[in-house]
Design a protein around this ligand. Structure first.
Ligand code: FES
Ligand SMILES: [Fe+2]
Length: 348
């Protein structure tokens, strides 16, 4: 399956890993980002130990040089005038990528190694989707990025993200909510392409930040939460002219490791970036600690359960994923697991 993954472009770290593939990310002297497999096709040493010279990556071992944007080999220093080797036929693995909202989005094709090591002229099996842009509602806004690693398979990361029932237990904080505020909720969900939406609604009355927003604008707050394959949850809160927009992406790093990349933007004048980051980190840390504990249990391969209605979004996720894979296999249109809008009830 085609997959968009995000890697932090902000912290200057050139190494990343996604879907078990080591990557080296960089920027040419012309400012273009590139993503290569972090492995020299000669003897496999990570290219990230080499150097970048304008738009050419030079391996640290025998100095083979590769064009960073195409992966094409441009020079093998050891070749003598007698050598017939066609240097330009050698490629380092490289991936299409695009920069957006402070991330480098790398398109990793599903064909495994072969498709991953795209040579020019080989067409990707699918049309490469554009990197999704964070929705914003005004020209001026604040934006910030947070990320954390979870020691679990991406499926657990994703269903943890859309799980409505863990809030009162995992996210108890004076600034967010107390366990005792648990109450029955009914939320409408509707199908959207490749995902589902929690229809626009007034957010939980037991969360302090929403209360505050409502007090400040004097207008109702509406929240819309979407989940879209392969791995994206977005939330948009609006009240009068004020808005808050966030996106969480879960990237599979390895079989047993995934990473949440969280980006949020807002025009709420009373919310400084530093304060938001402080709370955001507490929140992510709570999820991370829970997943670390869960990983302890999952080592023993227990049987798991998904119950109605609180785990219904997780069931939709698994069905959406299976149906998408099936439609890619057969070429038939994807069957959406939801017939239409449905109301789910749970206590949280
Ligand atoms: S291993 Fe990279 S040039 Fe030999
Ligand atoms: Fe959570």
């Amino acid at each position: 399956m085609g997959l968009l993954v995000s890697g932090g472009a902000e912290h200057g770290d050139s190494r990343a890993e996604a879907g078990e593939v080591p990557l080296v990310l960089g920027r040419t002297s012309e400012g273009k980002v590139f993503a290569m497999r972090d492995s020299c096709p000669h003897r496999g040493i990570p290219l990230s130990y080499g150097r970048l010279d304008g738009k050419v990556v030079e391996c640290c071992y025998h100095g083979w040089r590769f064009d960073a944007c195409s992966g094409q080999c441009v020079e093998i220093p050891s070749l003598s005038s007698q050598d017939k080797l066609k240097v330009e036929r050698i490629f380092a693995g490289h991936y299409p990528c695009e920069e957006r909202d402070g991330y480098v989005w790398v398109y990793m094709s599903s064909g495994g190694r072969k498709a991953a090591d795209n040579a020019p002229g080989t067409r990707s099996p699918e049309k490469i989707p554009a990197a999704p842009a964070l929705t914003v509602f005004s020209d001026k806004y604040k934006i910030t990025h947070l990320s954390c690693e979870l020691p679990s398979h991406i499926d657990h990361g994703i269903i943890g993200l859309m799980d409505p029932a863990h809030g009162p237990f995992v996210h108890q904080s004076w600034f967010w909510r107390k366990r005792a505020s648990i109450h029955e909720k009914a939320k409408q969900f509707e199908p959207i392409p490749n995902g589902f939406r929690m229809s626009p609604h007034s957010p939980s009355t037991n969360s302090a930040p929403y209360q505050l927003l409502k007090k400040i604008t004097g207008e109702p707050v509406t929240t819309t939460i979407d989940f879209v394959l392969p791995n994206i949850r977005t939330e948009i809160d609006r009240s009068g002219k004020m808005w808050f927009s966030s996106r969480a992406t879960v990237t599979p790093v390895r079989r047993d490791l995934c990473r949440i990349d969280f980006v949020a933007a807002w025009n709420l004048f009373f919310l400084p970036v530093s304060i938001f980051r402080m709370f955001g980190k507490v929140f992510l840390r709570q999820d991370q600690e829970t997943m670390i504990r869960q990983a302890e249990g999952l080592k023993h391969n227990p049987r798991l359960m998904l119950i109605d209605d609180a785990d219904r979004p997780a069931k939709w996720y698994f069905a959406l994923k299976a149906n998408l894979i099936e439609s890619r296999r057969t070429g038939a249109p994807m069957v959406h697991p939801m017939d239409g809008p449905v109301t789910l009830r749970w206590r949280s």
